[in-house]
Design a protein around this ligand. Structure first.
Ligand SMILES: Nc1ncnc2c1ncn2[C@@H]1O[C@H](COP(=O)(O)OP(=O)(O)OP(=O)(O)O)[C@@H](O)[C@H]1O
Length: 268
């Protein structure tokens, strides 16, 4: 194994000069992102609306193809994958969505098992059409997120916080190595937000997963992240260890002034 390959194995993510343009270059969503994320790190992405957080997350599991640049995710190059390899790769990279992305008319349990549909042949209709071991595992994950009693309740009838718990159980059910969470608490009230972030990061820590999460709540980010990365206009303008950051520091990313001109040289 070469040094480069060894480093790629130790890192969950390595992005080099990643750009992403939309509308034939009219929108430059990412303008050269360089980012290395060690395995097991809990990284929060911050930035104003439109700064490129979602695009970064979506490039990582190839929901978007980058326009240019190189990337390695979990030791592999997603750009070089066939459709089949990409399906397998996406089992290793779970996504937690802001609006939960559950099927409201299906039970919580079925929504969790939907996380494994990529590994099953053909569609499934109803809980009993999934293998027994899968049902047990899905139930165990629902219990883990505190929803064992709601396993057979239709997802659409659950509260927002409960729906996101299902979203987290679905992610864990995939047995991922990397969890990408796109503003997972943006649709929730402050108390539920705190509970859900605590849950997400605790379970990911227990399972030794890498988490990359976009989040607007600076206090929550400082409390739960190992590292905070700020984006502005598709560029990284802030990259620090969360333990060395204050709310005022982190808030510069949301200030009207450009943090690259801040008096603190490290904030650039
Ligand atoms: N599918 C798309 N087509 C065209 N432009 C897009 C598309 N997706 C994102 N963009 C643009 O790319 C830029 C970055 O968007 P992105 O969604 O990554 O920002 P964000 O930081 O996640 O914002 P928010 O906090 O509002 O979710 C924005 O200008 C956005 O309008």
């Amino acid at each position: 194994m070469t040094d480069h390959e060894r480093t790629a194995q130790e890192l969950a993510v390595s992005l080099r000069g990643i750009t992403k343009e939309f509308n034939d270059g009219e929108v430059k969503a990412l303008r050269g992102i360089d980012l290395e994320v060690p395995r097991g790190q809990k990284l929060v992405l911050m930035g104003l609306s439109g700064s490129g957080k979602s695009t970064t997350l979506r490039v990582l599991n190839r929901l978007h193809d980058p326009t240019s640049g190189e990337m390695t995710v979990l030791g592999e190059d997603p750009m070089a994958m066939s459709a089949r390899e990409l399906r397998r790769f996406r089992q290793r990279v779970a996504f937690v969505f802001q609006h939960f992305n559950l099927v409201g008319r299906l039970t919580a349990l079925e929504n969790v098992m939907a996380g494994a549909l990529g590994t099953l042949r053909g569609p499934r209709y109803g809980v009993m059409t999934y293998p027994n071991a899968m049902r047990h595992e899905a139930l165990a994950q629902l219990e883990r997120v505190g929803l064992g009693d709601q396993a057979f309740q239709k997802a659409g009838t659950l509260s927002g916080g409960q729906q996101q718990r299902v979203g987290i159980a679905r992610a864990l059910f995939q047995k991922p190595e990397l969890v990408l969470a796109d503003e997972p608490v943006a649709s929730l009230d402050p108390e539920s937000s705190r509970q859900i972030m605590e849950l997400l990061l605790t379970v990911c820590e227990e399972d030794g997963l890498t988490v990359i999460c976009s989040l607007h709540q600076v206090e929550l980010a400082i409390e739960w992240a190992d590292r905070m990365v700020g984006l502005r206009h598709g560029e990284i303008v802030f990259d620090r260890d969360a333990s060395q950051i204050t709310i005022a520091d982190a808030s510069t990313i949301y200030a009207s002034t450009d943090p690259t001109t801040s008096s603190d040289p490290e904030a650039a």
